[in-house]
Design a protein around this ligand. Structure first.
Ligand SMILES: [Fe+2]
Length: 378
């Protein structure tokens, strides 16, 4: 499915888009009042929806829960909306995707959908996604994360991809430094992982490459000085990284990260970067015995070489050091010890997402993971 992309979408652009779709009533998904007002999203959307009927859904926590999505479905059906607009971070966009797909396939039990997304038959209403953070790239992907009974599911189906993605860097201006840093590192990691993923294609690598170039140059500036140029560039970088993983999916650093978030409440982008530098060095050491990409060892080594060039370093060891320094420069602590993570053997290693790990170009055993995590402390 193709997606329409609008860079720097204004309230007027959005108003025009809505009138083009001749909708009767809009279903709007946002965060709760505080961030909705502070980011400027409320003012922006009210201008775009002036004179139109709309229903706003915001009664849910971060990291979408299945039960909350069902509440949204009930409201969506009751209100008979015919256009979906999501304006917010990754959780808001994922929530809108879930409500849209569950409603369009209401002849199925939604629990069956999250367990087996292949059952999905119908596409939902036209959906416009406008991110207010630069990170997950959810506006550019056909996946939605949902939690049910503390278990995380990634619902993936081509019909879930938003029809239109619009970027507007102004929403990120008021975001605190730590949030800008962690969401930016999520995007940076997604771009790098996508490049070396066994699911990469020449198209996804082009998106990754452009995203890496933007994020290397502008993320630190966006965090530390928050100027317009860097905020704009980081938002575009996050969108491109989203387009890249939409094709390739993520790999080992994401596979290990979820347990850091579940057991130690480390925000996603921070959690992902806890092992990305180590995997950068690890993947360079691929050989015939642990190769995971059917395109061969040389192909993966060449990819790593290209990635080194994109980071401006000459080898994977330097790449690891570069990435560690990069995180430090934007105030992100990478030491497990300092973050209070000591018992990682049970909590982290036993809860690795095996599907994501299977996308890594070099296989790794549980013992290998322990060694990799231990090497962080050395
Ligand atoms: Fe991510």
């Amino acid at each position: 499915m193709n997606q329409e992309f609008i860079e720097d979408i204004s309230s007027i652009d959005l108003k025009d888009l809505i009138s083009k779709h001749e909708c009767r009533r809009v279903f709007l998904v946002t965060v709760k009042d505080g961030a909705y007002v502070n980011s400027g999203a409320k003012e922006y959307i009210e201008l775009a929806l002036e004179g139109l009927e709309y229903v706003r859904f915001y009664d849910f926590e971060q990291n979408p829960k299945y039960e909350d999505a069902i509440k949204g479905v009930e409201l969506f059906e009751q209100a008979k909306c015919d256009l979906m607009i999501a304006i917010g971070g990754g959780s808001v966009i994922d929530m809108a995707k879930l409500i849209n797909v569950f409603t369009a396939n209401s002849f199925l039990n939604s629990l069956d959908i999250i367990q087996n997304p292949k059952l999905i038959q119908n596409k939902g209403k036209t959906m416009i996604a406008i991110p207010t953070t630069s990170g997950t790239g959810s506006e550019a992907t056909h996946f939605a994360v949902v939690y049910h009974q503390k278990k995380k599911y990634s619902v993936a189906h081509e019909s879930i991809l938003p029809d239109i993605a619009g970027l507007n860097y102004r929403f990120t201006i008021t975001k605190p430094k730590y949030l800008t840093a962690t969401t930016g590192l999520d995007a940076f990691s997604q771009a790098i992982e996508s490049y070396w993923s066994v699911g990469s294609t020449s198209e996804s690598k082009e998106y990754s490459k452009e995203a890496i170039q933007l994020l290397v140059k502008y993320l630190s500036k966006a965090v530390n000085s928050a100027d317009v140029e860097s905020r704009k560039a980081v938002m575009k970088g996050a969108f491109l990284a989203g387009k890249a993983i939409n094709i390739s999916k993520t790999t080992a650093a994401h596979a290990v990260s979820y347990a850091f978030t579940t057991y130690y409440s480390i925000p996603h982008g921070h959690a992902v970067f806890l092992t990305l530098p180590e995997f950068f060095e690890y993947n360079q050491g691929v050989d015939e015995n642990d190769m995971n990409d059917s395109r061969g060892v040389d192909y993966t080594r060449d990819n790593m070489h290209e990635l080194c060039k994109l980071l401006g370093v000459s080898c994977a060891l330097e790449g690891k050091i570069f990435l560690r320094e990069y995180a430090k420069e934007i105030g992100i602590e990478l030491s497990l010890e300092k973050l209070g993570i000591s018992d990682y053997k049970e909590k982290i290693i036993d809860n690795v997402n095996m599907e994501r790990l299977g996308n890594n170009p070099r296989k790794i055993t549980k013992e290998g993971l322990v060694t990799l995590l231990k090497s962080k402390q050395d």
